[in-house]
Design a protein around this ligand. Sequence first.
Ligand code: TAP
Length: 484
Amino acid sequence: MFEYAPAPESRDIVDIRPSYGLFINGEWVDSLGDARDKTVNPATEEVLSEFALAAGADVDRAVSAARKAYESVWGRLPGRERAKYLFRIARIIQERARELAVLESLDNGKPIRESRDVDLPLVAAHFFYYAGWADKLSYAGLARRTPDGGFADPRPLGVAAQVIPWNFPLLMLAWKIAPALACGNTVVLKPAETTPLTALAFAEICRQADLPPGVVNIVTGAGATGQALVSHPDVNKVAFTGSTEVGRQIARSVAGTGKKLTLELGGKAANIVFDDAALDQAVEGIVNGIFFNQGHVCCAGSRLLVQESIQEELLAALKRRLGTLRLGDPLDKNTDIGAINSAAQLDRIKTLSEAGEQEGAERWSPPCPIPDKGFWFPPTLFTGVAQSHRIAREEIFGPVLSVLTFRTPAEAVEKANNTPYGLSAGVWTEKGSRILWMADKLRAGVVWANTFNRFDPASPFGGYKESGYGREGGRHGLEAYLDV
Ligand code: TAP
C-alpha cells in the first residue's frame, strides 16, 4: 500500500506563521471582526495556518488605504519609478522561488515540479514583463480620447478590487497585480479561502521591495469578503477570475456603477486530434492538457475530440501513458498528479464522474493506489461520451477526460463549439492550412496548435461567451487597467 511520506527537507524551507492578520497599508493588522478560518494541506489534511475572514469594515480600511496611496503616491509616480518597484518584486520572487513553490504546493496540493517549473517562473516573468511596460504606456496604442477630439496618454483607473481562485494562487495574483501596478493603480486583492498563503507571503515581498504602504493590500476571506470588495463604492476597477456563476453575480453587482470589469471564468476546452497528427506528441499534449494541476485549470483540455479512424490506436497509447503517471506526495519531485485542492472540489469531481457512469459513458482509470489521508482522485478517462452528457457539458475542474469522436473537420468544429464556454482549444495535425482554418472557426480565446497549456506574459489570454470578457496578459492586458 502506498505510504504518504512528506519530504521534510522541503517543508523546512518555508516559514508558515500559525496565524495571519490582514495586510493593509503596508502593515499586518488584526481583523475588526473575529471570524477566522484554517487553511489545510490537501495532501495530508494537516492544518497549515489560521487566517482572518475579513469583515466589511476591513474591506473599507483596505480600500481607503489603497485610495490614499493612489492619490498621494502611486498615481503620481512616473512610470519609470513604478517600473523599479516591479523589477524589484520580480527579482525577489526569483530569489525566493524555491520557498514560494513549496508553500504553493503545500497549500494547493499541486506537484512541486509544476509549482517550481511552471508557476513560479511565470509569476516572475509576469512582473518582469509588466515592469517593462510601466514607462512605455504612451506607446501601447491605447490613447485616451479628449473632449476636444484629440488624443492624450492613457490614465490609470484608481483602486482595483481583485478576486482570485485557488488553482494557481500566486500566478493569478501576478496576472492581476503586475499590470494594475504598472498602469499606476493601487490594489486590494482577495485570495481564495483554501489557498491564502502565497498571497500572504507576497505581502511580505511588497515590504521587502519597499513598496509604498497601501499600494498593495491583501484581505483574506471567503465569498462574503469578495462580495464586499467588488461592491465597494470606492473601487474603480474589478478584476475577477473564478466560476461563471460567481462572475455573473459580480457582473450584476457592478452593473450601472461605472466600474470597469474584467471576468476570467470557466472553460470546457476541446483538444482535437486529427488522423495525421504525430500521435506520441498528441498523447503528451492530451496528458498535459487535462492532468496538469490535477485538471484544476480553466483552460484544461477536458474534452478530447479524436478523429474516428485513429480512435483505437490513440486510446491504447493514452491508456499506456496514463499507467505511468504517479499520484502522491506533491512535494516529491517524481509526482505527476498531486492532491485535489479541497474536500468540496473532490465531491464535485466525484458527483460529475458518477453522473458520467449513470448517463452511460464508460469509465477507466489505471491501477492507482490512493493515499489514506488527503483529497485524491485518480486520472480518469470516459469513452462513449455523448455531447448531451454532463461530463461533456459541465466544467469538472478535475483529472477527468471525456473522449468524443468526429469524422470531418467541420464536425470537429461543430462539436468543439458546442459549449457555453469559449476559453481555449487545441488542434493536433500536420497540416498548417488546417490549423489556420480551425483557429478561425473555433470560438475560443486561445487556440494551441500541436501543443497545449502554453503561457507567456506577452500573450493575451481570455474567453468568449460564458468564459468571460477582457484579456489578461500582453499589451491587451494593459487596457483593463487604463482609462482609454
Ligand atoms: P469561485 O467559487 O468563483 O471563487 C473565485 C473567487 O471568488 C474566490 O476567491 C472566492 O472566494 C470568491 N467569491 C466567491 N463568491 C463570491 C462573491 N459572491 N463575490 C465575490 N467573490 C466571491 O471559483 P473557484 O472555485 O475558486 O475556482 C474555480 C473556477 O474558476 C472554475 O470555474 C474555473 O474555470 C475558474 N477559473 C478561471 C480562470 C480563467 S483565467 N478563466 C482561471 C482560474 C479559474 P472563496 O474561494 O474564498 O469562497
